[in-house]
Design a protein around this ligand. Structure first.
Ligand code: NAP
Length: 476
């Protein structure tokens, strides 16, 4: 067992270790110390890779991997409230959203267990060519090797789950580096893995200076894949530096949604208000840009803005809170500067735009030009824009007017309009009559353009972390 959450060690090769150095983790809401965690450096990173290599010399059979993953899902359920409290404390995530995240992590582990049991290759139709006649061939799905996993602060449990559960399902050992601001949820998950019977070395967790640990993961040839979720700035550089590894990137978005005049406007307003500001907009698919057909613009705003103003801003530990703090002061200052840029350029702040104590109030901006940062970059804060359009063509062009392409959405009463939009919106996923913030953990999830180069969801991630080995048998 690890030590208490307020002083946490690192997991390397099945041992909980101290390094003599510690990293303090503070509440993004109150600044109070949540706890401290042992600080790893390059030496611990190398040790973790050694441990992963040793573990993979004795492969775990699929039934064992599945059994462990199912047990972890159960343990997450058993300790649900404690885990939600940990997420909330370290990330400043409102408790009700932290509870949803915990339940989703259970689902991620459950789905990964299914994939572990299903993992198989395929027959190759050898007599389909003259060259293959008289031979039998099939593929085996082999684990790619050691996986380096790097995760962000905003879903400190479920995005870690999306890294480690599919990797273990695929038969890969993992060296995980969670975000320095939110390491406790990841370490708690590692504790549950150990308790579920995962042998030493299959999961190693390092917390410490990102570039030092990242350099070791990138530089060591034994790490065959990096699975990264975070900012494009960091992710694409990692990919450039490791051309021989599989570097799988899940990055940001500037999430658009189109509201046609024939949509159920009350339903759209409700879903958009909830999904533009949940976790203070710090979700990669937080609703950011709302395009409304001109005939419905006033009606939608009359329903949407009061719902935004009704959101409860406050202490994330409070049961009633909908919107808590941004992760740190720098993030808050950046988002305020982007709002100011829009204001100065003549955009209208319909609500919010200022602080409630230290917290940024949910902000709705009208008439923001397409070149403004709030219109085309990822805000990652409690801010959305609303813009009127005349034709669907115009709306689709506005929605696509970003370098990002993770998820987008449309609200409409017309199946034809929905399908046209689904075909023409350049995103990895398109939601219809649901906010594009929606994600169920088995879905193929990932972006095009600057938003990444992979799909997560256990079935898809397992495919990325395995490779085909061909077996050819001479029959004659
Ligand atoms: P970030 O700054 O890129 O950090 C992500 C992770 O990368 C952290 O663990 C960080 O470590 C690490 N890191 C930073 N520099 C590194 C380096 N040189 N080498 C190796 N690792 C390095 O992103 P963030 O601010 O935590 O997260 C927000 C971003 O993630 C947003 O853009 C959001 O859209 C994106 N995101 C995407 C998805 C998706 O599924 N597509 C989901 C959630 C979030 P430290 O914490 O120690 O700095």
């Amino acid at each position: 067992m690890a030590t208490t959450a307020s002083e946490q060690k690192l997991l390397i090769g099945g041992e909980w270790i101290e390094t003599g150095d510690w990293i303090d983790v503070r509440s993004p809401y109150s600044g109070e110390l949540v706890g401290r965690v042992a600080k790893a450096g390059a030496a611990e990173a190398r040790r973790a890779i050694d441990a992963a290599e040793a573990a993979m010399r004795e492969p775990l059979p699929a039934h064992k991997r599945a059994e462990i993953l199912v047990k972890v899902a159960g343990y997450l359920g058993r300790r649900h409230e404690e885990i939600a409290q940990t997420i909330s404390a370290e990330a400043g995530k409102p408790l009700k959203a932290a509870r949803v995240e915990t339940s989703r992590a259970m689902s991620t582990f459950t789905m990964a267990a299914v994939e572990a049991r299903k993992l198989t290759g395929e027959m190759v139709p050898m007599d389909a060519s003259q060259a293959g006649a008289g031979k039998l061939a099939f593929t085996l799905r082999q684990p790619i090797g050691i996986v380096g996993a790097i995760s962000p602060f905003n879903f400190p449990l479920n995005l870690v789950a999306h890294k480690i559960a599919p990797a273990l399902a695929a038969g890969c050992a993992v060296v995980l580096k969670p975000a320095s601001q939110t390491p406790f949820s990841a370490l708690l998950l590692a504790e549950l893995e150990t308790e579920a019977g995962l042998p030493p070395g299959w999961l190693n967790v390092l917390v410490g200076p990102a570039s030092e640990l990242g350099d070791v993961l990138i530089g060591d040839e034994r790490v065959r894949a990096i699975t990264f979720t975070g900012s494009g700035e960091v992710g694409w550089k990692l990919a450039e530096r490791a051309p021989r590894k599989r570097v799988k990137l899940e990055l940001g978005n500037a999430t658009p949604v189109i509201v046609e005049a024939d949509a159920d406007l009350e339903d759209a307003a409700q879903r958009l208000a909830a999904n533009a500001f949940s976790f203070a907009g710090q979700s990669c698919i937080s609703v950011q840009r709302i395009y409304v057909q001109r005939d419905a613009y006033d009606e939608l705003l009359s329903q949407f803005v009061p719902k935004v103003e009704a959101l409860v801003v406050g202490d994330p530990a409070d049961e009633a809170t909908d919107v808590g703090p941004l992760i740190d002061k720098d993030a808050r200052e950046r988002v305020l500067a982007w709002i100011d840029e829009a204001r100065t350029a003549g955009a209208e702040i319909l609500t919010g735009g200022d602080l409630d104590g230290e917290l940024l109030r949910p902000t709705v901006i009208a008439n923001a030009g397409p070149g403004l940062k709030v219109s085309c970059e990822e805000v990652f804060g409690p801010v959305c824009t609303v813009t009127a359009y005349d034709t669907l063509d115009e709306a689709i062009e506005l929605a696509n007017g970003t370098r990002y392409g993770l998820q987008g959405g449309i609200f409409t009463g017309s199946i034809k309009t929905a399908l046209v939009a689904a075909q023409r919106l350049e995103f990895g996923g398109v939601t219809v009559n649901e906010a594009p913030t929606f994600r169920a953990d088995q879905m193929p999830y990932g972006g095009v353009k600057d938003s990444g180069n992979t799909r997560e969801g256990p079935a898809y991630a397992v495919r990325e972390l395995t490779e085909d080995r061909l077996v050819v048998i001479e029959l004659e």
